[in-house]
Design a protein around this ligand. Sequence first.
Ligand code: SF4
Length: 322
Amino acid sequence: MSELARVDGVRVGFDASRALFGKPRMLWALDGVTLSLTEGRTLGIVGESGSGKSTLGRVLLGLLRPTEGTAHFEANDLGALAPEPLRLLRRHMQLVFQDPYSSLHPRRKVGDAVREPLEVHRPDLTEAQRDERVLSLFEQVGLKAEHLTRLPHEFSGGQRQRIVIARALAAEPKFLVADEPVSALDVSVQAQILNLLLELKQRHHLTMAFISHDLKVIRRVCDDVAVLYLGRVVEQATTEKLFAAPRHPYTRALLSAIPRLGGAPTQRVVLTGEIPSPLAPPSGCTFHPRCPLYAKLSAPDQQRCRAERPLLKDGVACHFAE
Ligand code: SF4
């Protein structure tokens, strides 16, 4: 299988001098991320709030230009494309947001909302073909023809997410970025939407980046996982490998919080403190102030953690990972 999208050495910085009363400072939301997405597979991007997950999703879609590094979709360097070719390429790359209500116009009939991408990206279709396609999309996401003329507030949260998914699929994309697509939904509805996404992925041969803070959801949906901490990938592996044998202390702590069905119970590793501010990241390995392994190391090894940034090597960024 071939590579569909990739980012290389991506850094995304925001000028934070205003927040610091004029003191020049960059806030690095992403700080040197390299990863790729293979055609037909789903990459889970997981991490706490503030880890840079959503920023990475937007870079992958060309909605945000990296400050440094490159983002490619197929052979296209998204940062080097002029606005018009980028707009044409967007047909193949779509985003599903966390909050379906805010991504639908409150006074626009949902059938028209799903039809809109066809008007933008498929001028070759006749009106009748567009009608047919909108109806087919509604049926694929479990909605009916009678829903087409209703407004967003007439639907439940799960139904609204179905509408948003139908709209994302309207222009027949190759690549879908789903940014926390079920975290605003009730648990019972989450399972239905995840099943729907899995089914549609098969049916439309989609490649997906699935952003979530919830490892249970990632395990269910994704083929591969990248774990982000403070704008850097700290571990990357196939889902099977990551869940069977996590190597980075941060991944281990995240996994230890998931209750296991059957098998020996794992010892819960509780991380102390919040993720640090990207305005003042810790030196060396940015995870060292919270790292459970760091506390068990010798003084010289701890000094190494504080001084030297670990690079991602063989899928893990830790000087002392097993
Ligand atoms: Fe922990 Fe050191 Fe590994 Fe960082 S490099 S994760 S501080 S052991």
